[in-house]
Structures are given as structure tokens and as C-alpha cells.
Design a protein around this ligand. Structure first.
Ligand code: SAM
Length: 266
């Protein structure tokens, strides 16, 4: 495959360490009947081994040159390449008619060594579609995975941690040194697995208010909730949710945020 220079604007850091690639594929553990979706196949480091282990693989790549190179590969005949921006991609279109029906929900599995330059917006976009997947394995900057998995009281606990905790169980699986990539990124990476909760803590109709509360609360995380949440609810409403308005966002559990959402919606 032609080795085009990596494009920084697309967050291209290609995996080239066979041991690391093997470890990632083993963690995903594709099964013959699986329908996998990969964001950012790049030069196919993960795509090729994944394609050999599963039934169906859809890949979404924004870089048209890389997508064209992939298409030239013999092994790539088994996959479907979507030239598209994953940030705007509607993953529901990938569910085929055979998968629709009673359990259409979590029919697919999502994975990707994600472009680090758009990691937070991409994670929020994935969260909008999380119910389509039985699990989601992603490689990201180590600090982002720490934020994803953080709990109350931690410096890294924030909007992303709570938004994820309401919908998924987050597990950081292992870290990867920058030498495993070409070009080597300046940061260490981590591989994480998100498993959607059987019953999410927040229902779809509650998401807009829940997200608004998280934005206000963590947008001014040093402020007491009574002040930070003023655009959404007053101190009496916060207290009615069983939360002390003198507390700050980083002290609250995901369940506290759910209680605030239920009161604010009334
Ligand atoms: N999977 C390959 C690997 O592990 O070697 C490449 C990973 S590289 C970190 C990120 C990949 O995502 C690149 O192929 C890049 O072109 C692609 N990408 C970047 N932004 C994207 C976007 N918005 N939508 C889809 N693909 C994107």
C-alpha cells in the first residue's frame, strides 16, 4: 500500500507495532457472526485482521486518498468503505434488514483508533448513537480515557465522565506507548471499552436537560451549583432534588445529576 505522508489535520497516527495490533484485536475478540464498524481505518492496520475474523465490517474514512488506497487491497473486498466524516455520520444507516427486528438495538460493535484532534466531539456524537452498539472499543489519548473513566472528587471528572456514566460502563483496558505509532504522537494512548447499560440512567427524552445541566455545572466547575445552574434551575429546585446547592459539580455522582434532571424537567 502506498505510504502517503500522514495528514495532521486528520489526526493521522498509524499503528505499526504488530504486538500492539494483536493485543487490540484480541481485546475486541471479533466473532464470526459479528457486524463491526470501524472509524478511521487509515492504512488498514486494524481493519485487515478485523475483516478476517468477522462477518461484516463497515469502515468510515474521511481521507479520500486513504479510502482509495484501501479499496485497492484484495482483502478489502470483504469490507464496505464509507467516505464520510464520522462526526456527521448516521450509524443507524448501517443496520441491515436482517438485523432489524425485535433486538435491532445493539446489533453492531463499534471500534477505532480515533483521531485525537476531534476526540471529545466524536465521543459525544458516538454517545448519541450508543444504543446501536453492543460494545464500543476505542483508542484515545490517555488523558481523555482518564477523563472518560473518572469518578466524583477527581480532577479529571467532568461533563464527559458523567455523560458516559449515564449510558455506559467505561473500562480503561491498557495503555500504549507513542512508539507504536507512525508518526509517534506527543502523548501516550489508552484503549478503552464502553459497554452500554441495559437500562440507561437517563431516558432519551431527558437527554437535552441532562446535557444542559452538565454544561452549566462543569462550565463553571469552581462555582457552587446554586450559581452555576441558575440558567436551568434555582437553589430550591436543586435542594428538592436532594442535592446541596453549596456543592460544586465535581462532588456530585451521576445519580445526583439524574435527580437534578428529573426536578428541572417538571
Ligand atoms: N486505524 C488506523 C491505525 O490504527 O493505524 C488509523 C488511525 S488514525 C489515529 C485516525 C484515522 O481516522 C485516520 O485514518 C484519519 O484519516 C481518520 N479520520 C480523521 N478524522 C476523521 C473523521 N472526521 N471521520 C472519519 N475518519 C476520520
Amino acid at each position: 500500500m502506498t505510504s502517503r505522508p500522514a495528514r495532521k489535520r486528520f489526526g493521522q497516527n498509524f499503528l505499526h507495532d504488530a504486538n500492539v495490533i494483536g493485543h487490540i484485536v484480541a481485546s475486541i475478540d471479533p466473532q464470526p457472526g459479528d457486524h463491526l464498524v470501524e472509524i478511521g481505518p487509515g492504512r488498514g492496520a486494524l481493519t485487515k485482521p478485523l475483516s478476517q475474523l468477522c462477518n461484516k465490517l463497515d469502515v468510515i474514512e474521511i481521507d479520500r486518498d486513504l479510502a482509495a488506497d484501501l479499496e485497492q487491497q484484495d482483502w478489502a473486498r470483504r469490507i464496505t468503505i464509507h467516505r464520510a466524516d464520522a462526526l456527521r455520520f448516521d450509524f443507524a444507516q448501517l443496520i441491515d434488514s436482517a438485523e432489524q427486528g425485535a433486538d435491532a438495538g445493539s446489533a453492531m460493535r463499534l471500534t477505532g483508533n480515533l483521531p485525537y484532534n476531534i476526540s471529545t466531539p466524536l465521543l459525544f456524537h458516538i454517545l448519541d448513537h450508543y444504543h446501536l452498539f453492543s460494545d464500543i472499543h476505542v483508542m484515545l489519548q490517555k488523558e481523555v480515557v482518564q477523563r472518560m473513566a473518572a469518578g466524583p472528587g477527581s480532577r479529571t471528572y467532568g461533563r464527559l465522565s458523567v455523560a458516559l456514566a449515564a449510558r455506559c460502563h467505561v473500562e480503561s483496558l491498557f495503555t500504549i506507548k507513542s512508539g507504536a505509532f507512525q508518526p509517534a504522537p506527543k502523548v501516550e494512548s489508552a484503549f478503552a471499552c464502553l459497554s452500554p447499560l441495559a437500562v440507561p440512567l437517563v431516558q432519551p427524552e431527558e437527554w437535552p436537560v441532562f446535557d444542559e445541566i452538565l454544561r452549566c455545572a462543569f462550565g463553571q466547575r469552581r462555582k457552587q451549583l446554586g450559581n452555576a445552574l441558575q440558567p436551568v434551575m434555582d437553589s430550591a429546585a436543586i435542594a428538592a432534588a436532594g442535592v446541596d446547592p453549596k456543592q460544586r459539580a465535581e462532588q456530585l455522582t451521576v445519580h445526583d445529576f439524574v435527580s437534578l434532571t428529573r426536578i428541572a424537567r417538571r
